[in-house]
Design a protein around this ligand. Structure first.
Ligand SMILES: [Zn+2]
Length: 276
């Protein structure tokens, strides 16, 4: 489906009962450019035969235009899974963060992978171009792509359509969100979930949400709470489901790691005891 003058979206629904729980709202593969001229592809999905067949069917529906490049947002399996077969079918060079280049070269062979530079303008075909923005946080090798002509930001997993994502380094992540907000995108095109109209306000709400969480955690510490699970009990609803409680604890740890990195919170060595 065409979503902007230059962007076509191939959406993959996911079964909510199985791994779909990992990707609320399914996954998106984008084709960018002009089907009558040349195009490029953003991300290549999970390593499932069904997914790859679907992506290549869509490519043929767009009349299989010459492909200038395959852009990768980051090296997680649900973004580079179909890469070997899609690269073979299109013959296109693969563009990704330099930190991911060695791994993808091992997978695809020499002379296929060309790392992008931060701030590089990349032509995608038919007059379309994007600027690569290094945006660590969700993962060290994450790149977002800004398309000024259509006012859209390809956010990969940094901003999602139907949920909030996981974060490896929260300090980096907040800096990346600030960077994205500065472009004031009209629309956010995420790797998972719905397309986001009023993208800039979604990004700002992500920032506000994380800052609020940080304040809550600092308040819990001020009360003298020192244990991650007790912090979870203090700031999350009491009836939090068990699997969500683990996710909440991971989130609290991510925040604490940022506060420790900033020198605002001290961490003492863990204590060990025999299990009763
Ligand atoms: Zn993902």
């Amino acid at each position: 489906m065409q979503v902007t003058p230059y962007v076509y979206r191939h959406h993959i629904d996911e079964d909510v009962e199985s791994f779909g729980a990992m990707h609320p709202g399914g996954s998106n593969i984008y084709f960018v450019g002009d089907p009558a001229d040349r195009m490029s592809i953003v991300d290549t999905g999970e390593h499932y035969r069904d997914w790859t067949i679907g992506i290549l069917d869509y490519y043929r529906k767009l009349s299989a235009p010459p492909t200038l490049c395959i852009l990768i947002t980051h090296g997680h399996g649900d973004h580079i899974g179909g890469l070997d077969r899609i690269q073979e079918a299109t013959g296109a060079p693969v563009r990704c963060h330099p930190k991911l280049a060695a791994r993808l070269t091992k997978m695809l062979g020499p002379r296929v992978v060309q790392p992008v530079a931060d701030g590089e303008t990349i032509s995608l075909g038919g007059g379309a171009s994007v600027v690569a923005l290094f945006t660590p946080g969700h993962e060290d090798d994450h790149v977002c792509y800004w398309m000024a002509s259509d006012g859209v930001m390809f956010t990969g997993d940094t901003v999602l359509g139907s949920s909030t994502g996981t974060v490896r380094n929260l300090g980096d992540y907040m800096r990346s969100l600030d960077l994205l907000a500065g472009y004031n995108p009209a629309r956010v095109l995420p790797a998972h979930g719905d397309l986001v109209d009023d993208g800039a306000s979604r990004i700002r709400s992500y920032i506000a949400h994380r800052k609020e969480r940080e304040q809550q955690i600092l308040a819990a510490l001020k009360k003298g709470i020192t244990d991650v699970y007790q912090i979870v009990d203090d700031i999350y609803p009491r009836d939090l489901r068990r699997n969500l409680r683990e996710a909440a604890a991971r989130n609290v740890r991510t925040h604490l790691a940022k506060l420790v990195e900033e020198g605002r919170v001290a961490e003492k060595a863990p204590a060990y005891m025999l299990k009763s």
